[in-house]
Design a protein. Structure first.
Length: 153
């Protein structure tokens, strides 16, 4: 009688009422340049976001919703150049391909690429900034993944 009914959370997530669990496979890094912490940070941030903002429970077995994926791109490039042709601002961009298998609502399953970036001062040492930049990028990316999986506005 109510085919589109679901559980709605404070975050706006719409979840099938029979969905109880989710699982996240390790997000592997297939990018040409591999940042050592990126896979782990992304995998854990997805888990944390879903635990905190849905009623679903994390499981090590395949859950009612199963997320997997791979990092496909990790690049830095000039974003803005000053008059002297030196890089004033660089941009770190990351792309990840995520697959969501929704066992209760297969029509909501998807495979999609998500890209996020952050700009940083080119005069700063990238190696000292890299971990903080990764965290910023991943936070936005995880929000986009969450929205795709759970927000049905």
């Amino acid at each position: 009688m109510c085919g589109s009914c679901g559980i709605y959370t404070q975050s706006g997530a719409s979840i099938h009422p029979d969905a109880k669990t989710f699982s996240v496979g390790y997000i592997g890094n297939n990018a040409t340049i591999v940042a050592p912490t990126l896979s782990q940070v992304l995998t854990e941030k997805i888990k944390t976001k879903f635990i905190n903002e849905t009623p679903l429970k994390l499981t090590t077995a395949e859950g009612d919703l199963f997320f997997s994926g791979k990092i496909t791109s990790y690049i830095t490039a000039p974003a803005a150049i000053t008059g002297s042709q030196t890089n004033a601002v660089n941009r770190l961009s990351v792309t990840v391909e995520i697959t969501c298998e929704n066992k209760l609502e297969p029509e909501k399953s998807f495979t999609q690429s998500f890209t996020n970036f952050v700009d940083f001062d080119a005069q700063q040492d990238f190696a000292t900034l890299e971990n903080d930049l990764i965290v910023k990028i991943v936070e936005g990316m995880v929000q986009d993944i969450f929205n795709k999986a759970f927000i049905n506005w």
